[in-house]
Design a protein around this ligand. Sequence first.
Ligand code: GLC
Length: 487
Amino acid sequence: MSWWRQGVIYHVYPRSFADADGDGVGDLRGLAARLDHLAWLGVDAIWLSPIYRSPMKDFGYDVSDHTAIEPQFGTLEDFDALVDAAHRRRLRVLLDFVANHTSDQHPWFRERPEFYIWRDEPPNNWLSVFGGPAWTLDPERGKYYCHAYLREQPDLDWRNPELREAMLGVLRFWLDRGVDGFRVDALRQVLKDPELADNPPNPDYRAGLPEYDRLLPVRSADHGDLEPVRAIAEAIADRDGVMIGELYLPFERLARYYGAGVHLPSNMHLISTPWEPAALADLVERYEAALPDGAWPNWVLGNHDRSRVASRVGPAQARVAAMLLLTLRGTPTLYYGDELGMTDVEIPPERVRDPWKEAGRDPARTPMQWSAAPGAGFTEGEPWLPLGDLALNADAQREDPRSMLALHRELLRLRRAFAGEDYETIAADDATLAYRRGDDWAVALNLSDAPAPMPVRGRVRLSTHLDHYDEEVDELRPGEGVVVEAS
Ligand code: GLC
């Protein structure tokens, strides 16, 4: 069985993980020095947000050289050393492939303009995800180019065969260097309507939503023809890599990407579903029903673009959420720091760095808190974003057998016993969500802050409170989740 069906992926935001050179920005040598934490925790792979050379307008999602490492992060030698060190610990390494766009500072933008999408006038009403029109005039050429994100991130034309070959070559470059797969960024935007027709208005738009949501992006994204997606998937599969696709889509649309060869089309719905038993049970069932034959599910609870789970559901329920993420059927992706229960950190206006002002993604990107030392054990210098409450740190939690970190480690071990088993809902009432995993295992989660009757029998193998094992219980305590084995 492929490793990624059993495995757990850990998402590292390299700027914020570990800083070896003291400039306040995380780097590859810092990350390499912290691999023991990840091996001890028990994850199977790390996915790194982009580490390529970049002017950092969108913190690496604006690539100016696909086969060079950004000097802030280190060198190619550091990268090779990181891959070696990870592999020695049985950790796979996945990179982020920014397929939809490059930086406007990429040499292609001047030397190979045909690699991008140009018109004499803006041909439609498309909006940039980050606000404003998706077309910007390049004064040098006197033409408009398309950009789904910042104006400094021009979109590539995947209908151009030479561009396609060049981008597939980038994948091969890294796969040949030992990378185990890719998370492909903004995959739904890669192919656009060839007519470049207008997007229709969004009937559900309300004041307060981002400007981008005024229109339904049915022409600018998620095009019916998945040919370029298939080409990317084939290039990765050809070297035995795993392909994850970043896709914010309803399940019916998401399912199509399996057919194009994407192993794990990201299922982001846990991030936005109300934290209520019935809503969650409905979500899991709709997802399971939408999966094509043979398709393997996956779950994401947080990432560098969304508010952290401990802030969304509160610190007590964050433990229950961890149990949910790590006991559902499918490959989970764990966002760095969530294993400690890190929350969003308030960013004073003068320290805001995110170019997407409407979203303000900095609070979920603050440095990993390794220790209670002044730089959180993250840096000897001034961290690029403020730190959170340092009482919450990895060193302290490693010593505490009931910490959030300890809970993650226990869950990561225990889940191997039932990772391949089927899912079936047992109960979803006002307080509790319970489900079976195969014949022998069940999970019961109390999403309320009152005691709740235990909806399933069995010996407790793990409680989110980490204080009792091998008993049968009649009641779940407030905010308690348990994994039980049929007795
Ligand atoms: C993806 C990334 C996000 C980035 C955007 C543009 O959504 O996750 O961080 O800003 O693509 O590349």
